[in-house]
Design a protein around this ligand. Sequence first.
Ligand code: F6P
Length: 394
Amino acid sequence: MNLNRKSETMNDIKRIAINTGGGDAPGLNAVIHAAVHAARNHGWEIFGIRDGFDGLLRPENYPDGGLMKLTRPLVRNIAHLGGTILGTSNYGNPFRLRVPQPDGSFREIDRSDELVRSFREHRLDALISIGGDGSLTIARDLNKKGLRVIGVPKTIDNDLESTMTTFGFDSAVSFATECIDRLHFTAESHRRVMVVEVMGRYAGWIALHAGIAGRADAILIPEIPYDIAKVAAHIKHKTAGRDRQYSIVVVAEGAKPLGGGVKLKEAASAGHVERLGGVGEIVADRLRELTGKETRAVVLGHLLRGGQPTSLDRSLGLVFGAAAVRALVEGHDGVMVALNPPRIDYVSLKVATAKLKLVAADDYGVMTARTLDISFGDAPVSSISTYVMGRRET
Ligand code: F6P
């Protein structure tokens, strides 16, 4: 699918900007590295905007300038590094910028027109915006205001539609799997139930894939509300014999009990979405009550975002960075580069941000987990492997 908009003025590019928005993800620096090399190959100048859009919106905070001129020597050795050399922000939506008030509260103001003006003043002909759902929605809206924009899909949560995967996801799943592998030893030694909370606000992709790879006994994800009694019954059943007397439960931070809501850490406030966290501890407490087993909860949180990208995420970052420049060269505008093997597609930002990619009931990961007797807390105990076929084994 190549839903794209082509600009009439594709040959007038001389200077472009690149920014990283929202939560960081391993692979950001690889995108920057590739975009700089590709842009320089076309003779373009390329500038990094510091901290989301802050470099342009709050230049007074940057004595050395809110724009960083990016050269090949500057980005030579960054492709393998975690984080982002540009900095990022979760509070930098120019349409809803958070402004502190004298009473300690915040209000939102729209500085998007000013931002577009600032692009013009700096003679920036286009923006490569690397972000997840939130940042790409901002990119889409800036594009509507006349800014030439190419989006690059980033998020450890892998919840962006229109691309087979986002960079950052593989690094997060790999690290979560390694942590679960470690927890097997301590869980087995103490015959405990270990509950591992991973990121995944709306989508359970990290929990699902790390849970399968790490051979968890239960995986709780936002898409499948869980019944804690069913999780407990599953654990009791699986630990009843002598062969395995411990359990591992992987919980996405956005997992919800049947009929209940997510566990908030901080409510949404001006210019910022709510923060989730704490469901792992709740699940561990309930499982202790219901199974009588010792339980412990571990929150992996931002460890999943840190660290170096896996080789897959590094190469995906390079692929996307190069493709973003190619998109500009080919005259595209208002599109996101998307992985659709064997091709890279250009998908309109409107389509790319229309809805999140959630785990479907018939996703191969879900089917695999059920077949391997991993509970989602929604099926009766010991019927998991036959659940798919709709009959119960005796
Ligand atoms: O979007 C990625 C993500 O990792 C979510 O899973 C999580 O809810 C969020 O970032 C946390 O972001 P922060 O702590 O930076 O606000």
